[in-house]
Write a protein that binds this ligand. Structure first.
Ligand code: COS
Length: 399
């Protein structure tokens, strides 16, 4: 086990931190208040090439490893969860799915444009009747000559109303259950395709979230990702990447709370001393620090497995569950430390508190993560397709 980062990993983290503080921090609160997806900010992120972080250079990416990708994701979310959501949808859910499942032609066509932002992707899995039960897809794909006609509805789709391309999951035959689900890359300008932004969200207010409606949207069969019936596996493998970026992002949110709270606690005085000298404040900050360090190790372990191309559904789920919960604890306590000031948007902790909630809802609720982890522990269904080989307590002490 090596707990050191390489010089390259440290350099990319530093670069991302400086970018986030210089470009994202000055606009994050205003965008949130105005519920505005900030195209200028998105463009400057694209110009830096960040979205191609784990994509190989031959497809226009930076060709970096997953540890670098996690660290970059964390740094974006340390400042703004909405900006990180764009990063997750574009890179983890769409880009990496095309990299894994696409034909050479599809990779060459989509990936360079996704890296530069010429194409903006969204991940169309969730439906009004298929959230946690993702296999229950109602969107239909009907074969029509060499094309497919897609009809149905998606909801809660990040970047749904601004995307140029959607990765849509649809069933060719509902009686086949999850084995009928097939994935398509759909141009959002296609006839019959419309999207409507969802307004009034608790958090992620500077992120676009939408419903998508499809009425016989014609998709050439060349735009199918993977094979007929492979869609469910594609969706699940995409979520192995999406959940990873949510976990790394959640750690960033915890780190953001620590940074804000430690600064504030040494300035704000009560009873004649900075509040940081009170043990109850120290305890809340200590819990955040412990959560942050533990969560970081969990997502880095998943990153290590991804680098080795080893199945990591279980490790990613554990990271996603723990880090999402940690972010909620941190947001809650950060507002508490700021007291009345934490209750207004004068300081960022109020935004962190609201933005934390979605981390144990989207890309698999905390209940779904517990289901994956619990069933694996009980041997009911192995998350990685086989027993994890996790050492038992006795094995650990060499008994
Ligand atoms: N990678 C590759 N394949 C996977 C996989 C993964 N991570 N997870 C499951 N599969 C495969 C299984 O191996 C199985 O394959 P076979 O048909 O060859 O046996 C198939 O997919 C079906 O798996 P399973 O029976 O476990 O599917 P379930 O319908 O019971 O679903 C859960 C399992 C609940 C884990 C899944 O539906 C899920 O993750 N739901 C949450 C969805 C979600 O996160 N939604 C958020 C939307 S994006 S914001």
């Amino acid at each position: 086990m090596d707990f050191e980062f390489t010089d390259d990993q440290l350099a990319i983290r530093k670069h991302m931190r400086e970018f986030a503080e210089r470009e994202i921090a000055p606009v994050a609160a205003k965008n949130d208040r105005e519920c505005k997806f900030d195209w200028d900010l998105a463009r400057s992120m694209f110009d830096q090439g960040f979205f191609g972080c784990p994509i190989p250079e031959k497809y226009g990416g930076l060709g970096l490893d997953y540890i670098s990708y996690g660290l970059m994701t964390e740094e974006v979310n340390r400042i703004c969860s909405s900006a990180r959501t764009l990063f997750s949808a574009q890179t983890s859910l769409v880009g990496l799915s095309i990299l894994r499942w696409g034909t050479e032609e599809q990779k060459q066509y989509y990936l360079p444009k996704l890296c530069t932002g010429e194409f903006l992707g969204c991940f169309g899995l969730t439906e009004p009747e298929a959230g946690s039960d993702a296999g229950n897809q109602q969107t239909r794909a009907v074969k029509d000559g060499g094309d497919y006609l897609l009809s149905g509805q998606k909801t809660w789709i990040s970047c749904g109303s601004i995307a140029t391309h959607s990765l849509i999951f649809a069933t060719i035959d509902r009686s086949l259950e999850h084995k009928g689900i097939t994935a398509f890359l759909v141009d959002t300008k296609s006839k019959g395709y419309t999207a409507r932004e969802i307004k009034g969200k608790l958090g992620l207010r500077a992120s676009d979230t939408a419903e998508i409606f499809m009425d016989e949207v014609r998709v050439p069969k060349e735009n199918m990702l993977g094979q007929v019936g492979e869609g469910f596996k594609i969706a699940m493998s995409a979520l192995d990447n999406g959940r990873f970026s949510v976990a790394a992002g959640a750690v960033g949110l915890v780190q953001g709370c620590i940074d804000e709270c430690t600064k504030y606690a040494m300035q704000r005085k009560t009873f004649g001393v900075p509040i940081g000298e009170h043990q109850q404040i120290q305890a809340m900050i200590a819990d955040m620090v412990a959560d942050c360090e533990a969560g970081r190790l969990l997502y880095l372990r998943a990153a290590h497995l991804k680098n080795k191309n080893v199945r990591n559904t279980l490790e990613t789920s554990i990271a996603k569950l723990f880090c999402g919960e940690a972010a909620n604890r941190a947001g809650h306590n950060a507002v508490q430390i700021f007291g009345g000031y934490g209750y207004s948007d004068e300081y960022p902790v109020e935004r962190y508190f609201r933005d934390a909630k979605v981390l144990n809802i989207y890309e698999g609720t905390r209940e779904i993560q517990r289901l994956i982890i619990g069933q694996d522990a009980l041997g009911i269904r192995y998350a990685n397709g086989k027993p994890s080989g996790r050492p038992t307590a006795l094995a650990t002490v060499g008994a």
